[in-house]
Design a protein around this ligand. Structure first.
Ligand SMILES: Nc1ncnc2c1ncn2[C@@H]1O[C@H](COP(=O)(O)OP(=O)(O)OP(=O)(O)O)[C@@H](O)[C@H]1O
Ligand SMILES: [Mg+2]
Length: 387
């Protein structure tokens, strides 16, 4: 496991300007100017948003970036709720209560009122040993009470004369709850609220589309859909160059070109690459340094790649390698592709694609002119290509 020091610091104990986890403020954040504007417009106008994108492109980061300036606002309260760890509606209610409790400290007037509301549900407050963060567990006597609690929290905040924005991250999780009315329940509350808007976001695209884009389901046409794409090359290059420059270091344009190409501007991987390069603490960063960093990253992650291999059948692994070698595949069932890589029959490839999509080893990029398949993990893609 990577230790914390390695993660946060470059060689000379200067904070590494490239993050691959979390959000640390606008200084560490590249571009997303348009998307930030769009989301702000939605917040100001009380519109609900569903945010779509492939994994690790920066959905969560964008939400935190948009929320950041509202941290001390008296007019707008932005609450961020990650429900990945929730397994049912009780967990959801507790997570919601915890988020609200942490956002409005009980020392303040509104916080006091909220605490009074929570008292009704006989809360237990525990504190995380490491972070010291509080966590609320409410008691529910019945299913109805559970459902009502969620409604009561939303309604209570909605009446407080401020704009409330809830970002619910990993929202697809609700599809895994044993309670099958969660979508209808939440949608119902949403329709009753006047000062509250929602941003829904999730890392599983298929499930997110199921929730928001099927005509028969409660959330259909309830939100403005926003698609988050890759950060543009010009903006990303300028960002990277600037960060090196501020730390009295230079980066060659060949080196920059290599990084953008090699990571395909997939945010997490580009950040991770730059983090590693920066950590070498060179005065001048050349193409040679980029090559070395690339090799090191592949070595560092090799164990994970072998674990992936064990999860797949030989046919699936061969298909994955073929997609990696091509980088982007537009027609995987075409004869030319199948024959070139010896993949058997179109039917076999079809099954393989489904399995690889399901396991999130590849994604299907549809938000473009010509949709294509691509390997998700950019380091795995390079490793497969290298072989
Ligand atoms: N605009 C940005 N500028 C710089 N770094 C960014 C930016 N957006 C995201 N990142 C970095 O990339 C990492 C991955 O982004 P993030 O976690 O937001 O992606 P995500 O789309 O929410 O991923 P997942 O689908 O896995 O939830 C972040 O932790 C952050 O450090
Ligand atoms: Mg995320």
């Amino acid at each position: 496991m990577m230790n914390n020091n390695y993660y946060l610091w470059g060689m000379k104990h200067e904070l590494n300007p490239f993050l691959s986890v979390g959000y640390r403020g606008p200084d560490y954040f590249c571009d997303r100017v348009e998307e930030t504007k769009q989301l702000n417009r939605c917040i100001q106008n009380g519109m609900h948003v569903a945010l779509f994108a492939i994994r690790r492109i920066g959905k969560t980061g964008l939400i935190q970036h948009v929320f950041h300036p509202y941290a001390n606002s008296r007019k707008v309260s932005c609450l961020y709720l990650d429900i990945l760890a929730t397994k049912n509606l009780s967990d959801f209610a507790n997570q919601l209560a915890t988020t609200v409790y942490s956002h409005f400290p009980p020392q303040k007037t509104l916080g006091k009122k909220i605490m009074e509301l929570f008292q009704r549900f006989r809360p237990t407050i525990t504190f995380d040993e490491l972070s010291g963060m509080p966590s609320l567990t409410l008691s529910f006597d019945s299913k109805t009470q559970k459902e009502n609690t969620i409604g009561q929290i939303f309604h209570f905040l909605d009446k407080q004369n401020i704009k409330i924005v809830f970002a619910i991250d990993e929202f697809q999780q609700i599809l895994k709850y044993p309670e099958n009315n969660t979508e209808a329940l939440l949608r119902g509350y949403m329709q009753q609220l006047k000062n509250t808007s929602f941003i829904f976001c999730g890392s599983n695209q298929k499930m997110m589309h199921q929730i928001f884009n099927s005509a028969k389901r409660p959330f259909f046409a309830s939100c403005t859909n926003l698609n988050l794409n890759h950060i543009r090359e010009t903006e990303y290059k300028a960002f990277i160059q600037k960060k090196f420059k501020v730390h009295q270091s230079k980066i060659d344009s060949e080196c920059l070109d290599f990084i953008c190409k090699w990571t395909k501007l997939h945010t997490f991987y580009t950040q991770y690459f730059c983090f590693s390069l920066f950590a070498k603490n060179k005065k001048n960063n050349t193409l040679q340094d980029a090559h070395e960093t690339a090799i090191e990253l592949l070595k560092l992650n090799e164990n994970t790649f072998f674990q992936y291999k064990n999860l797949l059948t030989t046919a699936q692994w061969n298909l994955l390698s073929a997609i990696a070698r091509e980088e982007q595949v537009f027609q995987p069932q075409a004869k030319s592709f199948i024959n070139k890589h010896g993949l058997g029959t179109p039917a076999l490839v079809k099954r393989g694609l489904e399995a690889l999509l399901e396991k999130e080893m590849i994604f299907y990029q549809t938000g473009v002119d010509k949709p294509y398949y691509e390997v998700y993990d950019k380091f795995l893609m390079r490793w497969l290509k290298h072989k």
